[in-house]
Design a protein around this ligand. Structure first.
Ligand code: ADP
Length: 471
């Protein structure tokens, strides 16, 4: 579980807030119920005390104490009802004390006599020696003959405690359960609500400068995520437009440079041919200017090729072709170049490997890779090997050499435009650092890819993968 995810943090906040709210609710209910139960018990006790006074004790002068005792036992049955009833005369003589209740919850003989409480009516809690508490309600009552009595009715407090304990037990069991269900439910709901974010992220990771025509998925829910996806799609559209403009500019600029370069080249050639009696140093200068214009022309051609590829024009001419055949003929054409440097060129595999693509662009891939392999393998003794096979539904072309290799620090950049590992050497060999960019652009335009593995000093292996032509 990712603890920094919005889902996890929201679930945690949610759980915390819910647990806090439920705790407050539980505490308020508990305290409220405790107060309510105590009040209603006090009221019941008070009613009983008053009723004993008004119906029995009031006429004690005429009916006699024994009558009152019998009547209380008969009508109020304190032992059965678990109550304490005590009637005490003003001189301290107890004329009635109920017996031990049937449930044995307290011993009436141990309840201390009430002495110092003032007021006509009062309630107080009495702690028994065994730790139990008794709620005792007292009523000072004057009989019709003028004699004073204290009528006390009590009930064990544990009746209330029992109810409260039950409530506490329900809370202790129920609240964690509610919180757990709410967290689980909340987590699942959050996951569902945030699923479009994952989809947007996955798609966004696939979009590169070469696939700007793609768009993020928009879930039509009318919520913030829909607005976010739409806003990002609008941004990608603006970026696509800007990229197109840049590509168009590069293509137009390269195209415009071609004509003056061709004229310049032609004029220099004419000059070199015409002037037979020009001094040698001027002839040399013209020769080197010619070389430079040729180099410039190659760079302009490469730039034009790259910008056209980026603009998606490379796929115009698509046909079915045998990649193995194309590689073989290209290798044969370049064999002379290898032989000049005494490098052996081995091309194996006779089976045809059919792909769909533009033959001249794919030939360019083979030429660029082979040219590099020969260029960066020192004279004499080295070898370049070429394999073309069909593997796991892909056409694979591998060109390996035993040349200089590429350092680990250069390796991630060699497909970048104008990147040359060793600038002086590459320039001297006529390179401008655009060959591999063209290879990559052509591969991408054919839904393929090019990768490289290399060890400095012992050679490089370039691997091109293209989709096989469908049958
Ligand atoms: P260049 O025109 O300079 O060859 P590329 O784009 O073809 O440009 O290659 C970029 C750089 O990658 C080269 O400058 C070179 O340093 C390195 N490189 C390419 N292919 C090889 C290879 N087969 N062996 C060693 N280095 C290579």
């Amino acid at each position: 579980m990712i603890t920094r995810s919005i889902r996890f943090r929201m679930a945690l906040w949610y759980a915390g807030l819910l647990a806090g709210a439920l705790f407050l609710f539980g505490a308020a209910t508990y305290l409220g119920l405790e107060r309510y139960l105590q009040k209603s018990l006090e009221e019941t006790l008070s009613k009983q005390a008053r009723s004993i006074g008004e119906t029995l004790v009031i006429a004690i002068g005429q009916s006699g104490e024994d009558y009152v005792v019998n009547e209380i036992n008969e009508h109020y049955a304190p032992e059965i009802n678990g109550r304490l009833i005590r009637v005490t005369r003003a001189d301290g003589k107890q004329i009635f004390v109920s017996g031990r209740p049937r449930d044995g919850s307290f011993d009436p003989s141990l309840v201390p006599a009430t002495v110092s409480l003032s007021g006509r009516e009062f309630s107080h809690e009495v702690e028994m020696p065994d730790g139990h508490e008794l709620l005792l309600h007292g009523l000072r009552f004057k009989a019709s003959d003028g004699s004073q009595f204290l009528i006390e009715v009590g009930a064990p407090y544990n009746q209330i405690e029992g109810v409260l304990r039950g409530l506490l037990f329900t809370f202790a069991l129920g609240l964690p359960l509610i919180v757990a269900v709410a967290i689980g439910g909340g987590y699942v709901l959050m996951r569902r609500a945030l699923r479009p974010v994952d989809e947007i992220r996955q798609k966004a990771e696939q979009i590169t400068s070469r696939s700007l025509s793609e768009r993020l998925p928009v879930a039509h829910t009318g919520d913030e995520l829909e607005r976010l996806a739409t806003a990002l799609n609008n941004m990608i559209e603006r970026l696509e437009e800007s990229f197109h403009q840049i590509n168009r500019f590069s293509a137009d600029a390269s195209h415009e440079l071609r004509t003056p370069l061709t004229i310049l080249h032609g004029e220099l050639e004419a000059l070199a041919g015409k002037e037979r009696d020009v001094p040698d140093d001027i002839r040399d200068t013209i020769g080197s200017a010619l070389e430079e214009t040729q180099r410039l022309a190659r760079i302009v051609e490469s730039l034009l090729a790259i910008s056209r590829l980026d603009a998606g024009e490379a796929r115009v001419e698509r046909g079915r072709l045998d990649l193995a055949e194309l590689v073989r003929t290209t290798a044969d054409q370049m064999r002379l170049l290898a032989e000049e440097k005494r490098i052996s060129l081995n091309c194996d595999g006779t089976a045809s490997v059919e792909v769909e693509g533009d033959p001249s662009r794919l030939k360019q891939v083979v030429v660029n890779l082979l040219d590099n392999a020969i260029k960066y393998t020192p004279d004499g003794g080295g070898s370049v090997s070429i394999h073309v096979i069909a593997q796991d539904g892909r056409a694979v072309l591998e060109i390996a050499d035993t040349g200089l290799g590429i350092s680990a620090s250069d390796l991630p950049h060699i497909f970048d435009r104008f990147y040359r590992a060793d600038k002086a050497r590459s320039r001297q060999m006529g390179g401008a650092g655009l060959g591999l960019s063209i290879v990559r652009s052509i591969c991408t335009a054919h839904d393929g890819q090019v990768t490289v593995s290399s060890t400095e000093g012992s050679g490089s292996r370039f691997r091109v993968e293209l989709p096989l032509a469908l049958n």
